[in-house]
Ligand binder design. Sequence first.
Ligand code: B12
Length: 159
Amino acid sequence: MIAPEPLPSTTGRRRVLVSSVSSDSHTWNLVFLQLLLEELGHTVTNIGACVPDDLLIAECRRHRPDMVVISSVNGHGYLDGRRLIARLRAEPDLAGIPVVIGGKLGTRGAEGGSHAPELVEAGFDAVFEDSAGIGEFRRYLAAPQTPALHHDAPPVPVP
Ligand code: B12
């Protein structure tokens, strides 16, 4: 029998923006993340696939999310992600938003090595490569060092 991993308690409604990157047309990865985050009690805005950097920036300004979750599986995520996070961190009013990225980020899978160090260096708060499985992300969401999604962190007021 397969025992499901218990859901971590990141209770309290937080606003999470889920998005892909500009080159990536896959959508089920985004739906999966939306359902996972909703199951944890958060309010998710999923802005979909092939999102240009300018649109992501505009949507961050519009929604003021507590966290941005970027997903890419077409193999170009490490390139798109590096460019995107540099753009976002250059916007003074958005520079502090917690932003994570995950998925199949390179074209050569696990044998292509990890893209995490360069993506963290570029400005992401955390990187979740497909090969690590979803458990690492769930633990990250539940960790006390990830205050953005915890109920005792004050919610960001909607402007
Ligand atoms: C369906 C599919 C398509 C469909 C997508 C339809 C749609 N509406 O989504 C179509 C036909 C359009 C397509 C196109 C392409 N695809 Co495609 N596609 C797939 C396929 C078969 C399934 C993807 C899927 O839906 N999985 C279900 C979701 C729920 O799982 P997932 O995507 O794997 O995401 C999981 C994890 O990656 C992780 N995850 C993802 N993001 C994040 C983010 C965070 C923060 C975290 C924590 C976790 C996480 O969580 C998810 C659940 O476990 C995969 C192969 C496969 N079996 O995975 C190839 C695959 C993703 N495609 C691939 C490729 C190369 C392409 C194309 C470039 C092909 C081409 N030459 O045109 C194009 C890309 C077009 C583009 N502009 O992006 C490659 C990517 C290779 C790589 N990364 O190394 C794959 C892996 C096939 C392969 N083995 O080569 N594809």
